[in-house]
Design a protein around this ligand. Structure first.
Ligand code: ATR
Length: 296
């Protein structure tokens, strides 16, 4: 009988009384690709560890955090809608999480919990892994939600100039103000859809074009694409959004968001295991995520 990727992953899990436990919290959490991705990494590294999903009601976040200490869980990832709530409950936050007020990673060091935010740094690793310049660039950011905040913060920290456009202009203004609070003068708001300010890199952080709305495309002026900026779309399903295929036709270098997903996970693993990021098996992680997409 043919086996699916999911069955293969389950068959390879080997849990014992000495296994280290990691997990992801979300509400809901069943869509998360993190268990497949992290268990693949543990298997590839030959570690006796397991990564499981937990559906955590927002009202119970403080109890869940106490549970990490009580149960000796080694590390947790946190996804929507719990990132801000968890940050508010943790005694110790890394500088990125302090600026953003969100965490996506908890590290348990002998009962001392620290919150980190690896989404923005994961984006930076992703673009560097493509060989794209990561500083001194003019970056046009489409969107002003949670993902945009993470990406904008890391891009600004690395010394890039940001042009932020969002359907709801006030949110773009809020985001620019937040960036400028920490990195003065690096962010400004531009018009959604009609800006032709030249950019080196365009980053789509909106959900426009995501499955099942593959036909949609965020408005990007053709004038802007003609100067052949690099284009990064945080969406990875579909693999090539309409924005990316349009940009490709103008000769732009393009990438979908798989790299950011994998590297935010690799950075969590690097923190949990206290190992350099370049020792984390990102190819096995990417392969596992691709399998979850293909299985849908
Ligand atoms: P995430 O955490 O993934 O960033 P979010 O915080 O809900 O999610 O933000 C979604 C982003 O996609 C926002 O920038 C949103 O624009 P608004 O602030 O105007 O809502 C953008 N977005 C979602 N659907 C959109 C659409 N149909 N057209 C334009 N922008 C859209």
């Amino acid at each position: 009988m043919m086996r699916t990727a999911g069955q293969d992953e389950r068959a390879s899990l080997n849990v014992s009384g000495t296994s280290s436990v990691y997990g992801v919290w979300g509400y809901p959490v069943k869509h998360s690709r993190s268990p497949a991705m992290h268990n693949a990494a543990f298997a590839e590294m030959g570690l006796n560890a397991v990564y499981v999903p937990f559906e955590v009601e927002p009202a119970l976040i403080a109890a869940a955090i106490d549970g990490v200490r009580a149960l000796g869980i080694c590390g947790i990832n946190i996804t929507v809608p719990l990132k801000e709530l968890a940050a508010a409950c943790l005694p110790d936050l890394d500088p990125v999480s302090q600026r953003l007020g969100v965490v996506n990673t908890i590290v348990n060091r002998a009962g001392n919990l620290t919150g980190y935010s690896t989404d923005g740094p994961g984006f930076m690793w992703a673009i560097k892994s493509l060989g794209w310049p990561a500083s001194g660039q003019v970056v046009h950011i489409l969107g002003a939600g949670g993902s945009a905040r993470a990406v904008a913060d890391s891009l600004a920290e690395a010394g890039n100039r940001l042009l932020i456009a969002n359907r709801t202009r006030e949110r773009a203004q809020d985001l620019a103000a937040q960036v400028n609070k920490h990195f003065p003068g690096q962010a400004e708001v531009v018009a959604w859809g009609t800006s032709v300010e030249p950019a080196d890199l365009i980053v789509n952080t909106t959900s426009v074009g995501m499955h099942p709305n593959e036909g949609d495309c965020p408005p990007v002026d053709a004038e802007l694409l003609r100067s052949r900026p690099r284009v990064y779309d945080l969406i990875y399903a579909p693999e090539e959004t309409r924005l990316l295929s349009n940009a490709k036709q103008y000769g732009c270098d393009i990438s979908n968001g798989l790299g950011m997903l994998v590297y935010q996970g690799a950075l969590s693993l690097s923190l949990w295991l206290d190992r350099p990021v370049d020792t984390i098996p990102v190819l096995a992680m990417e392969h596992a995520v691709r399998n979850t997409i293909a299985a849908k």
